[in-house]
Design a protein around this ligand. Structure first.
Ligand code: DHB
Ligand code: FE
Length: 279
């Protein structure tokens, strides 16, 4: 049977993709940020997942405001990166696992999640930046991937509670897959940030650190926020924290924190990374 080896979350700021492409690892601005990742790589090297199920948000590449599903699941053999406007160099395609995708899709629909199924899906920085951070040294990514988009772009957004339940359904789907696969669940985005309007540049360190702590043992306390409360506390784009809650839902009740790091700011955003294992 498939088994969840753990979950990880990381911010997906486009500037990180640019810094990776230009190899700015030792620059004073970037050094403390990249210093947060070797323990993540060591953990991935230890658990050696075969498949990454990635909950992220599309930023106007694959879906636009005219047609925007709340939840959508990739069901392709391959996912190509394309530039949605940040000018990041296009990286190599990601291998999918269509058979696993259709199991996941069937299981989610049976579990009453009315998702969009995508036999073609382009992936943007919300997907590629975390993958480049987690598997930096490879010509070809050594892992199959399943992209799952959650709308954080156009209101109404799904609530934190809904995303947590969606994650629980993802977890049930993974653990009912018959093949022996080691699966890592990755949530991307966050932490607090607001890119536009009067509060552009808004960061809420106290709220972020509280979320990083509570998501380990008391995730349900974080599901009580409404989207509007989350926007007020974490910024308009800080609502991407719902993607972390989806990851956390997939891991089940008891988890153990392996590692976390928090660094502000990168671009306009508080950058957080967290690794959890199922108990
Ligand atoms: C930034 C952060 C994001 O999450 C994003 O999707 C785009 C830009 C930023 O801080 O620059
Ligand atoms: Fe984003």
């Amino acid at each position: 049977m498939a088994r969840i080896v753990g979950g990880l979350t990381t911010s997906h700021i486009p500037a990180i993709g640019n810094a990776i492409a230009r190899e700015l690892f030792e620059e004073p601005y970037w050094k403390p940020f990249f210093a947060g990742y070797p323990p993540v790589l060591a953990w991935l090297d230890k658990v050696k997942p075969d498949l990454a199920v990635v909950t992220y948000n599309d930023h106007g590449l694959n879906f636009f405001l005219d047609k925007l599903p709340t939840f959508s699941v990739g069901a392709a053999a391959e996912y190509r990166h394309a530039d949605e406007g940040w000018g990041l160099p296009v990286i190599q395609p990601f291998q999918g696992d269509a058979e696993f995708s259709w199991h996941l899709i069937n299981s989610l629909v049976a579990d009453e999640f009315d998702i969009a199924t995508c036999q073609e899906m382009l992936v943007d920085h919300g997907f590629t930046v975390p993958m480049s951070l987690c598997w930096p040294e490879y010509e070809k990514f050594p892992i199959k991937t399943i992209p799952i988009c959650i709308n954080t772009v156009q209101h109404p957004l799904p609530t934190p509670a809904r995303c947590y339940k969606f994650g629980q359904a993802i977890g049930r789907a993974i653990e009912s897959y018959e093949k022996d696969l080691k699966v890592v669940v990755i949530g991307t985005g966050g932490m607090s940030h607001q890119l536009d309007g009067e509060r552009a540049g808004f960061i809420n360190k106290e709220f972020d650190l509280m979320c990083m702590e509570k998501i380990v043992d008391e995730p349900e306390s974080l599901t009580r926020y409404s989207i509007h409360e989350l926007v007020r506390l974490a910024g308009a784009q800080g609502a991407e924290f719902i993607l972390w809650l989806a990851m956390r839902g997939a891991l089940g009740n008891k988890v153990r924190k392996i590692y976390s790091n928090y660094h502000i700011p990168i671009s306009n955003t508080a950058a957080g990374v967290l690794v959890l294992e199922k108990e």
